[in-house]
Design a protein around this ligand. Sequence first.
Ligand code: ATP
Ligand code: MG
Length: 245
Amino acid sequence: MISIEGLSKIFTADKQKLTAVDNLTLDIKDGEIFGVIGYSGAGKSTFVRLLNRLEEPTGGRVVIDKQEITSLNSRKLRLARQEIGMIFQHFNLLWSRTVKDNIAFPLEIAGIAKAEREQRVQELIDLVGLSGRENAYPSQLSGGQKQRVGIARALANRPKVLLCDEATSALDPETTNAILDLLVDINQKLGLTIILITHEMHVIRKICNQVAVMEKGKIVEQGDVLDVFLRPKQPVTRKFVQQVM
Ligand code: ATP
Ligand code: MG
C-alpha cells in the first residue's frame, strides 16, 4: 500500500512561489495499476518524483509498504529506492552501454555478484521481449525497444512499485499498445503496483483500474476507471473522457 498524506511541493524561483503539488492525499492499493491524468503543468511529474524523493517535498508524508519514505536518511533512502523502479518518456538510457549493460547497471550499484547479475539480466531480457538484442546499443534500437530496456532496468532490483512518467508519449499508437500490454503482463506476473502518468485518456482506459485527475497541483476527481468514464464530475475530466469518445 502506498499512502500519501498532505503532500506538497512549492518551488521558489526568483522570489516567486509556485505550488506544483498542493496538499495531496491519496491511497494506492498493492497490485493496482493507478493512472494519474492531467494537462501539461498540472503537477504530474512533480507528484511522481516526490514519491521516490527525486524532488524533496515541502510538506506531507509518503509511506510505501509501511516505510515512511519522507523521513529516511540518505543511506536508507538509497535502499528504499531499489524498491521503487521508474521509467521515463525519453527512456534515460546510458548511450555508451549495451542493452545488457544498461539493465545490469542498477545491479552493479546494488553490489550484486557477477554470476547472479548475468542470470537476472537474461531473465529480464526474456521478460521484456528483447532476446537477441542483448549486445545492441540504445542508438540501434527502436523507441519501443528502448522503452523495453528502460522497463527491464527499472525491474532489475525487483521493485514493489513501478513509476511511469509519460512512458509511452514518445511512441506511435501500435508501439504504445505493445508497451502497455507489457506493463499489464508485468503487473500480473510480478504483482507489482504501477503508477502511470499520462495526458492520454486511452492509455488510462486500456490498462488502469483506478484514475486520479490532477489540475493545478490537486486531485480534482478520483475513482474506478469505469465510474469516472461513465460519470465524469469535473469539466476537466469530461474533456479527457471526450478524447476517447
Ligand atoms: P507535463 O504534462 O507538461 O509533463 P506536468 O503535469 O508533469 O506537466 P510538472 O512538470 O509537474 O507538470 O510541473 C508542475 C508545475 O511546476 C509547472 O508549473 C512547472 O513549471 C513547475 N515546475 C516543475 N519543476 C520545477 C522546478 N524544478 N522549478 C520550478 N518550477 C518547476
Ligand atoms: Mg510531466
